[in-house]
Design a protein around this ligand. Structure first.
Ligand code: DHE
Length: 508
C-alpha cells in the first residue's frame, strides 16, 4: 500500500465529510493539501472561519492567476501568508482548481436555522426593567473601553480613567469589525466571522442574547433609533435584519439581482441622519441604501435603494452630513465621491494603491475639513480637502498602514504601518502642519497597531498585537508612555463616548 494511502486513511474523517458535502473524488489530493495548509483559517469544509469561504461563488472577482499569486505571495492587509516556500507551483495550481470547484451542495442558512440558533440568555434585560438600572461598577460608563482580544477570543471591559480591567468574558471565535453601541452606550453588539451576533449589557456586564445569522459574516450596524441590527454576510449572500431588543430575526434580505446573480456584502454602516443603513457590495457595482424609518416586518419593508456605481466599492467613508461617500475599489485606480441623494458620482479622488477609507478620519485644518486615509498597499497617508476633493498632501510613511486615529482635543493624528516590514513603528502626525512629528517604536520587533483615545482625548491607547501582547497608554499631548496593561493580542479598542458621539477621530 502506498504512503499516500496510509496518509489518506489517517484523514478518513475529513474525507467522509468531504464525500458527504459532495467534493468530487478526483480532488482528494488537493483536498488533503487544503486540509494541511488552508483549513485552519478557511474551514475544513471551505466555508470560512477566520479567513473567508473559498467557493467559486465568492471568488467571482478573482482570476485563477490572481488566486495562485495570492497563495504564493500572500495577501497584503490580511492574515493570508505566502506559501511559495512551502508549496510547489503544481501544488498551488491544484489548490486553485480545488477552491474553484463548486461544492455539490452549499449548506443553506435559512430562516429555520437562524431561528433555531437564537437564544435569549437574560430575558429580564430585554423586557424594559434594564433601562432604569445603573452600572454594577463605579467607573464612568461613558469612558469605558471594550478591548477585543483575538489571542484567546475574549473581550475586556476597561475603565478609561484608571485603566483597570473591570470584567473579561469569552467571545465567539474571531470577532471582526467594530462592536456597535446603542445610542446611550448601554448595550453593544458584536459579530464574529463565523456568523454569530451577540448583544451585551454594558451596565450589568452580561450577555443578553445571541443568534447565528450566517456561515461567514463581515460586520454589523445598529440603526440610529436603536431598533434594528443589520448584518452583512459573505456566505450566504444576504443581509439579516434583527430586532435590536432581543436579536429576533425580522427579515432575510437576499442580495440578488433580477438575473439571479448574487453578491457578497463587504460591510454595512448606519447613516443616522438619513435613517438608513448603507451597504457596500463586493460583487455588484452598486451601493444599497436600506431605509429603516417605516415599519419593517417579516413580510413588509425595508425600502431599499440600489445606487449604480462606476466601479466596485470595497471601502468607503461618509462625510459628516452623510450626503456623500468617498469610496474606492481595491484595484489601485482612483477613488470616487458619490452623492447618496443625487445618486451619482460627483468627483474623482486622487487615490492609488489600496486606500483604507474605512479607517479614515477628519479634522479641521485652516478653513476646511480634511480627510486623511492610510493605504494598505502604499507607504502613504493621503490628506484630502473635503471642500473640493483635492489631495493636499501625500505623507510618506515607513510602510502601508491599517488604522488611523485622533480626537477633537488632540493636536495629533496617529497611524500604524504594520502591513509592511516596519510593523513595530507608529507615526504621530501634527494636525496643524500635516507633518510626521514623531515615530514611536513601542515594543521593538512586535506588531503595533490601532489607537483609541480616552473620552477626553488626554490619553491614546495603543495595541501590541502579540499573543502575549499589551496595551500601551500614552499621554496624548507629551507623547510620553504612562502605563502598560498585558492583553492577549488586543486587536481593537472601542471607547463608548467617542463611538456614540461619532468623534471625527475614530471609526463609527
Ligand atoms: Fe478588518 C474593521 C474589512 C482584515 C481587524 N475590517 C473592518 C471593517 C471592514 C473590514 C469593512 C469595518 C467594519 C465595522 O466597522 O463594523 N478587514 C477587512 C477586510 O476586507 C480585510 C482586509 C480582509 C478580511 O479578511 O476581511 C480585513 N481586519 C482584517 C485583519 O486581518 C485584522 C487586522 C485582524 C482581524 O481581527 O481580522 C482586521 N478590522 C479589524 C478591526 C476592525 C476592522 C480591529 C475594527 C476597527 C475599528 O476600530 O473600528
Amino acid at each position: 500500500m502506498s504512503g499516500r494511502y496510509v496518509l489518506l486513511n489517517s484523514k478518513s474523517l475529513f474525507f467522509l465529510l468531504a464525500a458527504s458535502i459532495g467534493i468530487p473524488a478526483y480532488s482528494q489530493v488537493e483536498a488533503e493539501l487544503f486540509q494541511t495548509h488552508c483549513a485552519v483559517c478557511h474551514g475544513s469544509d471551505r466555508l470560512g472561519v477566520s479567513g473567508p469561504a473559498l467557493l467559486p461563488e465568492n471568488l467571482r472577482r478573482v482570476r485563477k492567476k490572481q488566486a495562485a499569486s495570492s497563495i504564493a505571495n500572500g495577501l497584503p492587509a490580511t492574515q493570508m501568508p505566502a506559501f511559495s516556500g512551502v508549496l510547489q507551483p503544481e501544488e498551488i495550481a491544484s489548490l486553485v482548481e480545488f477552491i474553484y470547484t463548486p461544492l455539490a451542495k452549499t449548506p443553506a442558512w435559512d430562516e429555520q436555522t437562524i431561528r433555531r440558533s437564537h437564544r435569549v440568555l437574560n430575558p429580564e434585560l430585554v423586557e424594559g426593567t434594564a433601562k432604569s438600572s445603573r452600572p454594577v461598577y463605579e467607573a464612568d460608563p461613558l469612558n469605558v473601553f471594550l478591548v477585543v482580544e483575538a489571542g484567546d477570543h475574549h473581550v475586556s471591559v476597561l475603565d478609561g480613567d484608571t485603566f483597570e480591567t473591570i470584567h473579561r468574558f469569552k467571545s465567539h471565535y474571531a470577532l471582526h469589525g467594530g462592536p456597535k453601541y446603542t445610542s446611550d452606550g448601554r448595550f453593544v453588539y458584536f459579530a464574529s466571522r463565523d456568523g454569530w451576533v451577540t448583544k451585551y449589557d454594558m451596565y450589568r456586564l452580561e450577555i443578553v442574547a445571541e443568534t447565528r445569522v450566517a456561515i461567514n459574516t463581515r460586520n454589523l450596524a445598529v440603526s440610529g433609533d436603536d431598533r434594528y441590527v443589520l448584518v452583512g454576510n459573505y456566505l450566504p449572500h444576504t443581509m439579516i435584519m434583527l430586532d435590536a431588543t432581543d436579536l429576533n430575526l425580522i427579515r432575510i434580505i437576499p442580495v440578488t439581482d433580477q438575473q439571479g446573480h448574487s453578491s457578497r456584502v463587504s460591510a454595512v454602516y448606519t447613516a443616522e441622519p438619513r435613517q438608513s443603513f448603507i451597504a457596500a457590495l463586493k460583487d455588484f457595482e452598486e451601493v444599497w441604501e436600506v431605509h429603516y424609518s417605516g415599519q419593517i416586518s417579516k413580510i413588509g419593508g425595508p425600502v431599499i435603494d440600489r445606487i449604480k456605481l462606476d466601479d466596485y466599492l470595497d471601502d468607503f467613508f461618509f462625510d459628516s452630513a452623510y450626503e456623500n461617500i468617498m469610496g474606492a475599489a481595491r484595484n489601485a485606480k482612483n477613488g470616487q465621491v458619490f452623492n447618496l441623494t443625487e445618486k451619482r458620482k460627483v468627483a474623482d479622488l486622487d487615490l492609488t494603491g489600496m486606500p483604507h477609507l474605512g479607517s479614515g478620519i477628519t479634522w479641521v485644518y485652516n478653513d476646511t475639513v480634511v480627510l486623511a486615509t492610510p493605504n494598505l498597499q502604499e507607504n502613504t497617508v493621503t490628506i484630502i480637502d473635503t471642500n473640493n476633493w483635492k489631495t493636499i498632501k501625500k505623507l510618506e510613511t515607513l510602510g502601508p498602514g491599517f488604522f488611523m486615529r485622533s480626537h477633537e482635543n488632540s493636536p495629533y493624528a496617529w497611524v500604524d504601518v504594520f502591513v509592511g516590514p516596519n510593523k513595530d513603528v507608529m507615526h504621530v502626525i501634527d494636525k496643524a502642519t500635516l507633518e510626521i512629528v514623531r515615530t514611536l517604536k513601542p515594543a521593538p520587533g512586535k506588531t503595533s497597531g490601532h489607537i483609541e483615545f480616552t473620552r477626553d482625548g488626554r490619553f491614546a491607547v495603543l495595541s501590541i498585537w502579540e499573543m502575549d501582547g499589551e496595551l500601551i497608554v500614552y499621554d496624548a499631548k507629551t507623547l510620553e508612555e504612562t502605563r502598560r496593561i498585558p492583553m492577549k493580542k488586543p486587536v481593537g479598542k472601542y471607547n463608548v463616548y467617542n463611538k456614540i458621539t461619532r468623534s471625527s477621530g475614530t471609526s463609527h
